[in-house]
Design a protein. Sequence first.
Length: 202
Amino acid sequence: MTRGRRPEHSREKILEKGAELFARNGYNATGLKEILDTCEVSKGSFYNFFENKEKFAVEIINHHKSIEFARWEEQMAILPGSYLSKIETMLNEVIAEYEADIHCTGCLLANLTGEVSQASPLFSEAIRTSNEEVRQTIITDMRICQEEGSVRQDIPPEEIAEMIWNGWQGAMLQVKVERSAEPLRRFVTSVFKLIKIPESKG
């Protein structure tokens, strides 16, 4: 008999369900049994895909990041308006998703950064790399906005990106405290007031 191909779709499903669990409960509060039960896989099948829970979490970080980046690029390509207005629309859509399920506290990367970034060298490297990729993406976006004339040019895009990403992660912590997406709305409103070039009125 020929051996069947490994079902990659099952691996994808485990990663997606794992991301939901970690976003909702956190890494430390999510046990292996809960992962197995939620994903409907045996312990043997899980270990066929992932060496241990820690490496499973690192793969979730990379998998989730790839999906979110692809989703962002796809939506940005079809939205109308200026580049900055597209970013604002996308951020408001993300916030609306958090409001629809406030107990699933949103940004997986921001959550894990606060919880396990110093837990091991493996975690530290995965989170550092992911954070840097996000920061570089924001830098690129801000450069585009400055070139189109929608964002002020007296602040370097690197500083704007640092402010946006650090502020977003801080607002996510407040979301947990307040059990509301309002901290994110306040942050987005404030940062856009700061970086946006006012439209001329005449």
